[in-house]
Write a protein that binds this ligand. Sequence first.
Ligand code: COA
Length: 424
Amino acid sequence: MEALKGVKILDFTHVQSGPTCTQLLAWFGADVIKVERPGVGDATRKQLVDVPGADSLYFTMLNHNKRSLTLNTKNETGKEVLTRLVKECDVLVENFAPGAMERMGFGWEQIQAINPRMIMASVKGFGPGPFEDCKVYENIAQCAGGAASTTGFNDGVPLVTGAQIGDSGTGLHLALGIVTALYHRTHSGKGQRVLASMQDGVLNLCRVKLRDQQRLAAGPLTEYSQHGEGTPFGDTTPRAGNDSGGGQPGRILKCKGWEQDPNAYTYFITQAAAWPKICDAIGKPEWKEDPDYATPNARLTRLNEVFGAIEDWTMTKSKYEVMDICNPLDIPVGPILSMKEIAAEQSLRDTGTIVEVDHPERGAYLTVGCPVKLSASPADVQRSPLLGEHNDEILRDVLGYDGEDLEAVWNSGAVGDRPAQAAE
Ligand code: COA
């Protein structure tokens, strides 16, 4: 059974951060009603369009298992409908620019007054403070949350990462806040305000880099490659290239075919416990006993030489052969997988992590399914809704509009144009 069955989510989210949150809640079984501007909808519906006239992959891949209601919340009837929705739903989720809900007349105080049990959850770029009024997108969050200053190579510019830690990462944080507030409500009987700022979310994921900032006071960060290379440390956590963050040095190394294939690489970790097996595998058995190489501390100043020798070996193997040889020896390695390889990976299809979905406007497409698996409540990925697809159904079944009342809502223009079949 769906774990969040019976929970109604009033979903005012758009773009990526908020929609990832409500999509997760929908996969866990909540009834997510996505409210969009009539005739316009979430801006991502028409961004990065690949099939003319159809909702984009940007939108479809972030809005599965939701229902769509178009509602002009600045129209008087629209406000009445919204007030009924607030009474009816358990959680309101939004990620508008700061102040938008208040300008709409539905800030936290008004929401509480209408429904004291309601949980109001928001993604904002920044928490309270000097930047609280700023609009924020993914890469700004990666920069302001500390990720960019610690990503990239030491002699290069700061880098952002392809993992959407600002948007999807903050959506995850918000989802956790919402289910926690729902649990709290089971004994308090009251809703509460849940705020996840993108800067906070990114910083939470960069926790180990703030750790290193403080360790700098005690001397150089010896596990960073720059230590062995003799590059002095400054007064801030540096960019660490592909060094592994912990005490087990690791790097990305070339594999057979790297000259043609941009992803013919493996991540290789020289875990201390696996060192003798690594030496045997790469044909350096003498390093097992040599005091210059035998201990992790001795190796720290010669990481370039050590990884150079390992790479001489990995370059003779494909990234999958490296995996096949090293895994049975308990040497931690991982291939650099391209999106093309991931899309074709059968085991990810088998677990529902990669799902093929059919869509009436665009046909079949691939998406990422629910990344968290619940044994008693498996997620069933359903296509995203068309704009306003569930207007009539939500007005009738969720809000109980009928007869003249329903006609009045339609005639007010608050939900946009009435589709032909609904007017019959
Ligand atoms: N009916 C009527 N008006 C509606 C509406 C509806 N159903 N839905 C939205 N609107 C209005 C809002 O009330 C707001 O109007 P206002 O500014 O006059 O008060 C307006 O549409 C647009 O909201 P806004 O959030 O400012 O959109 P934007 O496209 O200018 O900004 C972001 C986009 C993402 C930069 C901004 O929303 C933001 O900073 N959000 C918080 C951080 C975040 O989540 N960023 C990551 C996004 S992936």
